[in-house]
Write a protein that binds this ligand. Structure first.
Ligand code: ZN
Length: 262
């Protein structure tokens, strides 16, 4: 049977509060053997850790503050960092963190985002954890901060850059991964499909970003890890590669990234 690894989901989100047990069971039945759950806010730390405690062989936990929450202020961020450090032995990565300039026009707020992202990078470096990065309309600053930070393992979740930037990352010395998800199944996903067809397979990790970004033909519904099958099918078609090969190489890529398996 096909084995898949969902390298980025949010089963700790409120959308799954009532039925994540069922969601995990259905994912396993669909061949999704591992789910890396990311948090975005202090409030999501506890459910993310609880789900890993309940499913230690399936679910991973990643803690981090998403740039969207930068407005919560310095006290909130300090509290979050303390919680992350307190739980550092229980977490598999720092994430999801990064820069999102899409809705942030204020230069001051963009600077605050960079500050927060730098702090998250410092934690990853200090505790030798992989880093799960969200970057939107901020390619240059994201790359500069990552390079300066010296963080080794970097996942560019839902990678939206072009092939030239991907090559820069590959040449940068970082152990980088490119997250490929539902966007490659969208009509509007031409650029993402082109990039995904050219990246080395051992640097790709599949992801759903559940509950967001449900792939076609399920677009608009609550996304779940079991839907990874739609993404791997499109990826193998556009690369003219065997489905089993794409599944197993991206699975191995994620295992190596998260430091699990043999
Ligand atoms: Zn996410």
């Amino acid at each position: 049977m096909i084995r898949l690894f969902d390298s980025h989901a949010h089963l700790g989100a409120k959308e799954f509060a009532l039925d994540y047990d069922k969601v995990v069971a259905q994912s396993l039945a669909a061949g999704v053997m591992h789910i890396a759950n990311c948090s975005d806010s202090l409030e999501s730390f506890t459910p993310t850790l609880d789900i890993k405690a309940k499913y230690p062989n399936v679910c991973l936990s990643c803690l981090g503050i998403h740039p969207e929450f930068v407005g919560m202020g310095p006290k909130y961020i300090d509290r979050a960092i303390k919680e992350m450090v307190k739980n550092i032995d229980k977490i598999d990565a720092i994430g999801e963190v990064g820069l999102d300039y899409h809705y942030t026009q204020s230069l001051r707020q963009r600077a605050e985002e960079r500050d927060l992202f730098t702090k998250m990078c410092e934690l990853a470096k200090k505790y030798s954890k992989p880093l799960i990065v969200h970057s939107r309309d901020a390619d240059e600053d994201t790359f500069a901060i990552l390079k300066k930070s010296g963080v080794e393992k970097v996942d560019l979740h839902c990678y939206s850059g072009n092939t030239a930037l991907a090559k820069e990352y590959l040449a940068s010395g970082m152990d980088v991964r490119f997250g490929v998800g539902g966007i490659i199944t969208f009509k509007t996903g031409t650029k993402s499909r082109e990039v995904a067809s050219q990246l080395p397979l051992d640097r790709i990790m599949l992801e759903t970003d559940s509950p967001s970004l449900a792939p076609n033909p399920l677009r608009g519904t609550r996304n779940e890890p079991k839907n990874l099958i739609y993404i791997v099918k499109v990826l193998s078609d556009l690369r003219f590669e065997d489905l089993d090969k794409v599944a197993s190489q991206t699975y191995d890529s994620a295992e190596r990234f998260y430091g699990i398996g043999d």
